[in-house]
Write a protein that binds this ligand. Structure first.
Ligand code: MG
Length: 455
């Protein structure tokens, strides 16, 4: 069966893949799956198309008997928290996260505030592909209600979990929300925690004129400049739907996601003396090494925030997260959360007397490389099988793809679930070595692909 839902919902270019017919049909399938008379929340990021997509989804849901509460333009985790707190049947989020402005997406949330499981998404896909959506009679159509309280409830929950009685100092923090929904909440979170927010790219503008919404180093040069020029204590960048936070230290250095993840995980575990931390198999082992000195035990999940959250629940983990800046703090919400990540980092920094650079420098460094190879979907399983056979003799972890343990680190080879791509992640002693190993594996995969073509 064709997959519509990727690791983070359905994504596509507006009026190409995401045209009015598709949006209304998938929304009918979603409404049918939740069942008539359910109450669902809906909310969006700041994309120019988000309001239009939201209205089509809302109308189509109502015609399957769903009642919709429209939360407006707020961060993804604020929508998830609202669903959990108000005990709704679930929700739909209109966002394409870090993708460029021409994209949009549809993501479904369960009653717990977590993303729907793969099984549930497959059930919606079945309804869609089998044409089994059930429109209701004219007198059973759902209602639409609006509320503007989601942002305030979200800010209040974060402040409650991160307010500190041991705060020693007031921090100057530069926030770059990529002209999207992070600016609705993050400046207020910083202020409510007693610090000073300075913002760039803070006006809501769905074409994202300030920068590409993916918070990677090459997109953050203005944030880095601003942190340096005003001598800020910390810089933070969100992605388009603000479920991720990436940091810049007080000297303007870009901080890799795993370093921030290790810093927060270490602090949370140290306060308790022990605890389980969950992260995907693709995360650098520096996090595991660093937190073990605080009594932390690392457990690895499949890739994707929903997989991390599920394993966290199963193991009753203290904390979890991804290396891309998406951290999950369960006492607040079982979902990755950019605002929460920022607030927790401020708690650590404000209770100590070292700079953010000194704090991040405590995490050991390691070399990392990520590459991808084009591979037709039809050849993926053959190529992966071949890789496993050829790696005979190495220790292999098959949690997600093939993680091969080599002398200097590990290599993860994983076929994408949605794109014709095989990804290669390598960790080694330094970056040069990681890149050389990644290139070697890319060559190997290319050769396997060629062989498969001739068989
Ligand atoms: Mg996101």
């Amino acid at each position: 069966m064709k997959k519509l839902f990727g690791t983070n919902g359905i994504r596509g270019i507006v009026n190409k893949e995401l045209n009015v017919e598709f949006i209304s049909k998938i929304a009918e399938a979603i409404g049918t799956w939740y069942g008539k008379n359910s109450w669902l929340a809906i909310g969006t990021d700041a994309r120019t198309s988000s309001d239009a997509v939201k209205r089509i989804v809302t109308g189509s849901l109502c015609l399957t008997g769903i009642n919709v509460i429209d939360l407006g333009m707020v961060p993804t985790p604020a929508i998830q928290l609202f669903i959990k707190n108000h005990k709704l049947a679930g929700g739909v989020i209109i966002t394409a996260s870090h993708n460029p402005p021409e994209f949009n997406g549809i993501k479904c949330i369960s009653s717990t505030g977590m993303e729907l499981s793969e099984t549930d998404e497959e059930a919606i896909e079945s309804i869609y592909f089998d044409g089994k959506s059930v429109p209701v009679e004219w007198n059973e159509t759902g209602l639409v209600r609006n509320t503007d309280t989601a942002a305030q409830e979200y800010i209040a929950s974060i402040v409650k979990h991160t307010e500190s009685e041991h705060k020693k100092r007031k921090l100057l923090v530069v926030i770059d929300s990529a002209n999207s929904v992070g600016s609705v909440t993050s400046p207020h979170i910083v202020e409510r925690l007693g610090h000073i927010p300075v913002t760039i790219n803070s006006n809501i503008q769905g074409s994202f004129p300030g920068r590409n919404p993916e918070p990677v180093k090459e997109n953050l040069s203005n944030l880095i400049k601003m942190v340096k020029s005003i001598n800020a204590d910390l810089g933070v960048a969100h992605d388009g739907d603000a479920d991720r936070a990436i940091f810049i230290d007080n000297e303007g250095n870009f901080i890799a996601g795993e370093v921030a993840l290790a810093t927060i995980a270490y602090d949370i575990i140290k306060r308790r003396g022990s605890g389980i931390f969950v992260t995907p198999v693709s995360t650098s082992s520096i996090v595991e090494r660093y937190i073990s000195s605080a009594g932390g035990v690392t457990r690895y999940s499949k890739i994707g925030a929903p997989a991390v959250s599920s394993l966290m629940i199963e193991l009753n983990a203290l904390f979890g997260g991804e290396e891309n800046g998406g951290m999950i703090y369960p006492e607040h919400l079982y979902a990755r959360d950019g605002g929460m990540t920022l607030a927790y980092m401020l708690k650590i920094l404000s209770e100590g007397d070292i700079s953010s650079k000194e704090l991040f420098d405590r995490v050991p460094s390691v070399g990392f490389s990520k590459m991808k190879v084009h591979c037709d979907n039809s050849k993926k399983s053959e190529v992966m099988k071949r890789m496993e056979i050829e790696s005979n003799g190495l220790k292999i972890d098959k949690t997600d793809g093939l993680k091969l343990f080599i002398d200097t680190g590990w290599v993860l080879v994983r076929a994408s679930g949605t794109e014709p791509i095989i990804r290669v992640y390598v960790e080694s002693t330094n970056e040069k070595s990681a890149m050389a190993i990644a290139e070697e594996y890319v060559k190997k995969i290319d050769a396997f692909i060629m062989d498969t073509g001739h068989s």
